[in-house]
Design a protein around this ligand. Structure first.
Ligand code: 5GW
Ligand code: MN
Length: 343
C-alpha cells in the first residue's frame, strides 16, 4: 500500500541518484587530464599531456616569430625531426610561461665521489644562478663524503638532497653504478618529479639552461666531435660489446656528461645501459668510454626527441667556435693526476 511518506522517500532517493549521475564525469578514464593530485609519472597519459599540450597565457607579449628568417649557420632539425636547440631558435619568455603553468618539478643528479667533491660548490652555486631559474628544482648529490657537501643557499622551491654512496677507487665501479643509482632514484621520486637531467660535477653553468631543454629523451651533442665525420666518433667498435656501433652507422656523438628528459624515458635509458654495461662486464668487456658508449648505442636505436647543441656542454679548454653564441654549461679544466684515483 502506498503511503505519502514512502513516496517522498522514493522521490528523494531518485533525486539523489540523478544528482550523482549529473555530477559525475562520464569520460573514459584515459581522457581525464592529469593534475598534481593525480600523479603517476611513469604512465603514458602523462607523456601525451606533458609534451604535446602547450598552453600559453593569453596576452603574453613577445617578439613575432619569423617563418623565413632564423639560424642558417647550424642544423636545427635532426633527420627524424627532433629539434636541435641553439641560441636564437627559441623564445625563453614564451617557453617559461608555457612550462610554468604545468607546475613541473625538475631533478638533476650529480656524482661527487672522492676528490671530485671539490667541484661541487661551483656546480651548485652556478646551477642556482642558471639552471631552471624560477622552477622547482631538486639536485640529488651522490657522494661518499656527505659531510663535505658545501652549503649553498637555494631559493624557495629549490633544494639539494644528499645521497651517500660507498667510496671507490675504481672509476669503472663509479661509472657502472651511476646508471643503476639513477634508475633507483627515478623509482623513488617518480610521484613528485617530471623531468630529470644527469650531469657531470666537473662543470659549471655560465648561461641559461631552462625549459627549452625539456623533452621526452634529451641528448647533448659532444663538443669534441660535432664537426667530424662519424667514422671518427669514438663509439665502441668491437662487435662483442653491447655498446657496439658499426662503421657507417650513428647519427651524432652525444655526451655522457649531460643527458635527461621525462622520468620514464630516462628510467628506460638508465636501466638498459646498466644491464648492457653489466652483461659486458661479465664477459670481461669494458666499452671504450664506459657509459658514454652505452648511451651512444642507446640513442642510435632510441632517437632522442630533443637534441641540445654543444652550448649545453662545452669544455673550458676549447676556444669558442663561431656557431656557439653562448656557453651555458662547460667542463672545467682539471688536473687528472691530482683528482683521479687510478690513472
Ligand atoms: C673519473 C675518472 C677516473 C677516475 C674517477 C673518476 C670519477 C668520476 C671520480 O673519482 N669521482 C666522480 O665523482 N666521478 C663522476 O663521474 C663525476 O661526477 C664526474 O664528473 C663524472 C665523469 O667523470 P669525468 O668528469 O672525470 O669524465 P670526463 O670524460 O668528463 O673527463
Ligand atoms: Mn666530466
Amino acid at each position: 500500500m502506498f503511503n505519502i511518506r514512502v513516496l517522498i522517500l522514493l522521490l528523494v532517493l531518485l533525486l539523489g541518484i540523478l544528482f550523482v549521475y549529473l555530477h559525475h564525469e562520464w569520460r573514459p578514464t584515459s581522457f581525464i587530464p592529469q593534475t598534481n593530485t593525480h600523479r603517476d609519472r611513469l604512465s603514458a597519459e602523462v607523456t601525451v599531456n606533458q609534451i604535446f599540450h602547450l598552453v600559453a597565457p593569453d596576452h603574453l607579449k613577445y617578439k613575432q616569430p619569423s617563418i623565413v628568417h632564423g639560424r642558417t649557420d647550424v642544423v636545427t632539425l635532426a633527420p627524424w625531426l627532433a629539434p636541435v636547440i641553439w641560441e636564437g631558435t627559441f623564445n625563453p619568455v614564451l617557453l617559461d610561461s608555457i612550462y610554468q603553468s604545468k607546475n613541473i618539478t625538475v631533478a638533476a643528479t650529480v656524482f661527487a665521489v672522492g676528490k671530485y667533491i671539490r667541484f661541487l660548490k661551483k656546480f651548485l652555486e652556478t646551477a642556482e644562478r642558471f639552471f631552471f631559474v624560477g622552477f622547482r628544482v631538486n639536485i640529488y648529490v651522490f657522494t661518499d663524503r656527505p659531510k663535505e657537501v658545501p652549503r649553498v643557499q637555494m631559493s624557495a622551491g629549490r633544494k639539494v638532497v644528499v645521497h651517500s654512496v660507498p667510496s671507490s677507487d675504481r672509476w669503472q665501479e663509479i661509472s657502472a653504478r651511476r646508471m643503476e643509482l639513477i634508475q633507483n632514484l627515478i623509482e623513488e621520486v617518480q610521484n613528485s618529479t617530471d623531468y630529470i637531467f644527469c650531469l657531470d660535477v666537473d662543470s659549471e653553468f655560465h648561461g641559461r639552461w631552462g625549459s627549452e631543454s625539456l623533452g621526452g629523451l634529451v641528448a647533448v651533442i659532444h663538443p669534441g666531435y660535432y664537426r667530424d665525420d662519424r667514422g671518427r666518433f669514438p663509439y665502441e667498435r668491437r662487435p662483442a660489446s653491447r655498446a657496439y656501433v658499426a662503421d657507417g652507422e650513428g647519427d651524432f656523438y652525444y655526451c655522457g656528461g649531460a643527458f635527461g628528459g621525462l622520468l620514464q624515458e630516462v628510467h628506460l635509458l638508465a636501466k638498459t645501459c646498466h644491464l648492457n654495461f653489466k652483461a659486458d662486464a661479465e664477459e670481461g668487456i669494458e666499452a671504450a668510454w664506459q657509459e658514454e658508449s652505452h648511451l651512444n648505442r642507446y640513442m642510435w636505436i632510441n632517437k632522442p626527441s630533443k637534441i641540445l647543441s654543444p652550448e649545453y656542454l662545452w669544455q673550458d679548454f676549447k676556444p669558442r667556435n663561431p656557431e656557439i653564441h653562448i656557453i651555458r654549461f662547460s667542463g672545467v679544466v682539471k688536473n687528472y693526476a691530482d683528482i683521479r684515483p687510478n690513472v
